[in-house]
Design a protein around this ligand. Structure first.
Ligand SMILES: Nc1ncnc2c1ncn2[C@@H]1O[C@H](COP(=O)(O)OP(=O)(O)O)[C@@H](O)[C@H]1O
Ligand SMILES: [Mg+2]
Length: 212
């Protein structure tokens, strides 16, 4: 991972014909920062994470991660951003139900067989049996699916990680693992943006964006 990372949001706004979801968002985050993204349900937390992940575009304003504006990326540059720079753990796990855990993990180009020991360590870390690797995702519980997204995120090891309410379905033990994982990511110089209301997690944030 690159040691120096920076995320700058400048006057971001997201509107659709009926209304403005958020506006005037500015932020300056550097290596090691965990940014909490707060706001009531429907305030646009998921939409903002999608903008940071190049899956959505803000209506105006600039996102800059290490000099890259994800909103302007196309084709190969966009694939590279999604492959090497950012990982997103979706709220509803974001996995393809009919695919195996392995295929879901390998979606963005990572291969488990590159380093099986590392993959096993990640499974152990998030307390998921390694034999789940070849199970179809629909056979897993909501909490297990959320842990698969976290395992995928951990294995991909990108400098920017985006987590959407990652601890919502997790007990205290697993929530603590997420916190330790995020702290470790930040200690290595990464940046984390995490949508959450969870007091267990909020206490560790360096800065926050409140969408109201
Ligand atoms: N392009 C759009 N057109 C119409 N409604 C949208 C659009 N994008 C988002 N929304 C609405 O904005 C709201 C915010 O969504 P979301 O980002 O999921 O909020 P949160 O994650 O904070 O609950 C939702 O009600 C969603 O349906
Ligand atoms: Mg959401």
């Amino acid at each position: 991972m690159k040691e120096k990372n920076s995320l700058i949001l400048s006057e971001l706004r997201y509107s659709f014909p009926q209304r403005t979801l958020w506006e005037n968002l500015s932020l300056n985050a550097e290596s090691g920062n965990f940014i909490a993204l707060r706001g009531h349900s429907g305030s646009g937390k998921t939409t903002l994470l999608q903008c940071l992940g190049s899956l959505e575009k803000p209506s105006s304003g600039i996102i800059d991660f290490n000099g890259i504006n994800p909103s302007t990326l196309k084709g190969k540059a966009k694939r590279n951003y999604l492959r090497n720079t950012v990982s997103l753990a979706f709220q509803n796990s974001g996995l393809v139900g009919s695919w195996s855990v392995r295929k879901n993990i390998e979606l963005a180009g990572y291969e488990v067989k590159q380093d099986q020991t590392r993959a096993e360590t990640a499974f152990n870390y998030f307390d998921l049996d390694y034999s789940f690797l070849d199970k179809p995702v629909y056979q897993l519980s909501g909490g297990e699916q959320q842990r698969v997204s976290l395992i995928r995120l951990a294995l991909r090891n990108t400098p920017l990680i985006l987590l959407d309410e990652p601890t919502a379905a997790l007990d205290d033990g697993n929530a603590q693992r997420v916190i330790n994982f995020v702290q470790n990511h930040c200690d290595k110089g990464g940046i984390a943006v995490i949508a959450t209301h969870d007091a267990r997690l909020l206490g560790y944030a360096h800065d926050s964006i409140d969408l109201g």
